[in-house]
Design a protein around this ligand. Structure first.
Ligand SMILES: *[C@@H]1O[C@H](CO)[C@@H](O)[C@H](O)[C@H]1NC(C)=O
Ligand SMILES: *[C@@H]1O[C@H](CO)[C@@H](O)[C@H](O)[C@H]1NC(C)=O
Ligand SMILES: *[C@@H]1O[C@H](CO)[C@@H](O)[C@H](O)[C@H]1NC(C)=O
Ligand SMILES: *[C@@H]1O[C@H](CO)[C@@H](O)[C@H](O)[C@H]1NC(C)=O
Ligand SMILES: *[C@@H]1O[C@H](CO)[C@@H](O)[C@H](O)[C@H]1NC(C)=O
Length: 443
């Protein structure tokens, strides 16, 4: 009655196949719903301001060019598991065509999950330590993602670290990508003795160093990838967002030479009005601003990113990932709940396998698909949107460090200040990294 799942095999990676095509559904959406959704998005953006305040790293002067961009050959330990000859384990991959690892279901797995304990990972920022901030339940930590057509390989921290030996891995994007970054550090750090690891912040860049591996895992704050007026790593509560056209190298110059790069960018593009694109420079006295639709702005950014990757990265040396849209759970009415509710007090996931929430994600998904399909550079798309959409139980909600004192009105209505954007760690984002791991080694 059940087919044994196909295990992914360690295989040399040969070719890359582009993402599968997209289904576009267009159910009608009422203007009221749309308005409320956008209002929540704006509210949500204010939550971002808190992101970096807790990372109080020493602000050293940083020499970005101290690291040689050329990755060394694999260490012997990795080599014997991998892969023939000179091929990097993370060069260009062959898809298990019959298995879309992003299509699957959540399975209760308290034996193997969570993959680490919240209290044993000192790198989690206090916005994501839900247990420490009083979350009464822990069920959100025990789920494993089970693809329909195969099984994910177990996350092997020592294989991951061996692969990173003499290399740099960098996450670039917004606070959601920083969550995935911290998850990756938490998945690996327990194998490194205390005196051989450190995490430091230098402006927009946070660097975790595994000294005995000569490896770094880094996070670079660039919520739009392009230059914007929200680039300050700490103070970026900007309601009137402006992105400068053609400016990707402003940040991109700091990404050159990394061996594995993981991009994300989505939520910051979601505005209620047209999107403001600056032609020229932020220093111009008279700023030339053109307003375009969010879709056009997002497509423009994707094209800039692709061009930058093509011009600055070597597909034989670098693995490029792009993490898809991280969904929010700001309106319980979207999953048939209480009309005024949000993710607060949600401890169960959404059971409807076709649940997709609000409509606004569809255009962006289509743009991502179109751009990657046209690309000759192999990019691995981590299509985590659907699997995360089920997880209304996995947000930090009210169980996080509050930077401002709560008002009596907020205390009386916890739902009003619940964070339904970010995710508790350990939790959902560890699964994103299990998927990244599977794509890195078994693409
Ligand atoms: C991502 O997955 C969704 C289903 O969850 C699918 O509709 C969409 O086409 C996929 N996107 C891409 C670009 O492959
Ligand atoms: C350390 O790693 C960097 C790349 O991140 C590399 O350029 C350098 O040669 C490595 N050092 C040693 C001693 O292997
Ligand atoms: C994990 O990877 C290492 C190689 O770094 C290997 O020796 C070990 O057997 C792997 N563990 C599992 C459980 O596959
Ligand atoms: C990547 O390697 C292949 C085979 O070694 C080679 O033909 C190709 O030109 C290389 N591509 C780049 C961009 O260097
Ligand atoms: C939380 O949800 C449970 C049911 O799941 C309900 O009984 C309880 O009243 C809710 N608590 C609050 C504060 O909304």
């Amino acid at each position: 009655m059940h087919n044994p799942k196909k295990r992914m095999k360690l295989e040399p990676l040969r070719s890359f196949s582009s993402p599968t095509s997209i289904l576009i559904r267009k159910p009608p959406i009422s203007p009221y719903l749309l308005f409320t959704f956008l209002a929540f998005i704006i509210f949500a953006i204010f939550l971002y301001g808190e992101d970096l305040r807790c990372i109080i790293g020493q602000h050293h002067h940083l020499h970005l060019d101290h690291i040689n961009p050329n990755p060394l050959p694999l260490s012997a330990a990795t080599e014997k598991h991998q892969i023939h000859d000179t091929k990097l384990p993370f060069s260009v991959g062959e898809e298990e065509k019959e298995c879309d690892v992003f299509s699957g279901r959540w399975v209760w797995d308290p034996v193997n999950h969570p993959l680490y304990k919240e209290s044993e990972c000192p790198y989690i920022q206090p916005q994501l330590t839900c247990q420490e901030h009083g979350r009464p339940d822990r069920d959100y930590q025990f789920w494993r993602w089970q693809p329909h057509a195969c099984s994910l390989p177990s996350f092997n921290a020592s294989l991951m670290l061996e692969t990173l030996r003499n290399k740099r891995m960098m996450f670039v994007g917004d606070s959601l990508n920083r969550g995935q970054y911290v998850s990756m550090v938490c998945l690996l750090h327990s194998l490194i003795p205390d005196n051989a690891k450190s995490m430091e912040t230098f402006g927009s860049l946070t660097v975790f160093t595994a000294k005995n591996y000569n490896a770094t895992i880094e996070f670079y704050w660039a919520p739009f990838l392009l230059e914007s007026n929200a680039d300050d790593a700490v103070i970026h509560r900007i309601s009137d967002r402006i992105v400068r056209k053609g400016s990707i190298n402003k940040h991109g110059k700091h990404w050159k030479g990394v061996d594995i790069i993981v991009f994300n960018t989505y939520l910051w593009w979601m505005t209620d009005a047209d999107f403001k694109i600056l032609h020229g420079s932020f220093n111009d006295e008279v700023k030339q601003i053109v307003e375009v639709s969010t879709d056009d702005a997002y497509r423009m950014m994707m094209k800039s990113m692709m061009r930058w990757i093509k011009e600055n990265m070597d597909p034989n040396k670098t693995r490029v990932f792009f993490t898809g849209m991280s969904p929010t759970h700001q309106m319980s009415i979207e999953w048939g709940g209480n009309p005024n509710g949000r993710c607060y007090n949600q401890t169960k996931m959404i059971a409807d396998p076709n649940y997709w929430g609000s409509d606004s994600k569809k255009n962006i998904m289509k743009i991502i698909g179109d751009v990657f399909r046209e690309s000759k550079f192999p990019i691995t798309f981590l299509n985590i949107t659907q699997l995360s959409l089920y997880r209304k139980d996995a947000h930090t909600s009210i169980y996080k460090k509050q930077w401002n004192p709560l008002t009596p009105e907020q205390i009386a209505n916890p739902s009003s200040y619940a964070d339904c954007i970010h995710w508790c760690l350990p939790g959902l984002q560890d699964t994103w990294n299990e998927l990244l791991f599977s794509k890195l080694f078994f693409p």
